[in-house]
Design a protein around this ligand. Structure first.
Ligand code: 1VU
Length: 252
């Protein structure tokens, strides 16, 4: 199984369990995320958490050994469209969702984290929109969501176009990460939600509803689909296929 879902004290946890491959997203992970988002709607869920197993990676994005079989724009669109709609759903969930970034978060992994409400990042972790290295753009809605949620325009443009993973402290400086933690991730999570959990769960839900109204009104869904489409168009081109082949063959 590529994921696990657990619920503890009102916190629904989704963990990608593919540490050998830096928790890259395959079809099973996509199914798991779908299930997680569905379960988050249950009344006994007060927070959602996404994390990766192990101490190296949160998520290294799409599993290139799986998705390199997508050759045409239409094939790529099918996966990007599904992931983009999932991340949109994640962003407008009724409860706050925390990305517990226990290690590297790059490519689609950084997009998943961007769709969450909070990003708690381990002191030694790095994150970034590295898609440009593969001659594509973000395709799961991460850039649109960050822009809509108010990330500073120049910082966002630099993050996406330089395509370099940045250290945790810098990610806080540019307004992407919420807080840096050191030590055990579950202890950090517990500390982070402590004050919010002291109040009735309807409070956080109500504020989240207020703040996500903007996401619903601004036709964000449509723009996210444009982001997915743009990525699918580039995906089909030779520079992307050449970059993926180079990554997959680099140790041969
Ligand atoms: C759909 C949009 C997208 O998300 S496109 C995908 C964007 N992601 C990437 O380009 C990440 C590619 N991966 C990397 O840059 C590196 O593997 C990172 C994550 C930095 C880790 O580097 P390092 O610590 O040196 O480990 P490594 O490269 O030896 O990796 C260990 C094994 O994991 C694999 N891996 C990692 N990430 C992916 C991935 N996204 N897709 C497929 N495989 C991945 C590596 O290939 C490696 O496998 P193996 O042990 O050589 O068999």
């Amino acid at each position: 199984m590529s994921f696990r879902i657990d619920q503890l004290n009102g916190i629904l946890q989704f963990q990608i369990t593919r540490p050998h491959i830096h928790n890259a997203v395959n079809h099973e992970v996509i199914e798991g995320l779908t299930l997680f988002i569905e379960r988050m709607k249950q009344p006994d869920v007060h927070f959602g958490v996404i994390t990766g197993e192990g101490d190296k990676a949160f998520c290294s994005g799409g599993d290139l050994s799986v998705f390199h079989s997508l050759v045409t724009e239409a094939e790529a669109w099918e996966v990007h469209n599904r992931m983009a709609m999932l991340l949109y759903e994640l962003a407008v969930q009724p409860v706050p969702v925390i990305a517990l970034i226990n290690g590297t978060a790059i490519g689609g992994g950084a997009e998943i984290a961007s769709a969450c409400d909070y990003r708690l990042i381990k002191k030694t972790a790095k994150a970034g929109f590295v898609q440009g290295r593969l001659a594509i753009t973000s395709g799961w809605g991460g850039t649109t969501l960050l822009h809509e949620k108010g990330m500073r325009y120049d910082h966002l443009l630099q993050l996406t176009t330089e395509a370099e993973p940045l250290p945790a402290d810098r990610l806080v400086d540019i307004g992407w990460a919420t807080e840096v933690y050191d030590g055990d991730k579950w202890a950090a999570l517990s500390k982070f939600v402590h004050k919010m959990k002291a109040h009735h769960p309807t409070v956080a839900k109500a504020y989240k509803e207020l703040l996500t109204t903007k996401l619903r009104e601004a036709k964000v869904k449509e723009r996210i689909l444009n982001e997915a489409r743009q990525c699918a168009v580039l995906w089909e081109k030779e520079p992307h296929h050449a970059a993926v082949a180079q990554f997959l063959n680099r140790k041969k």
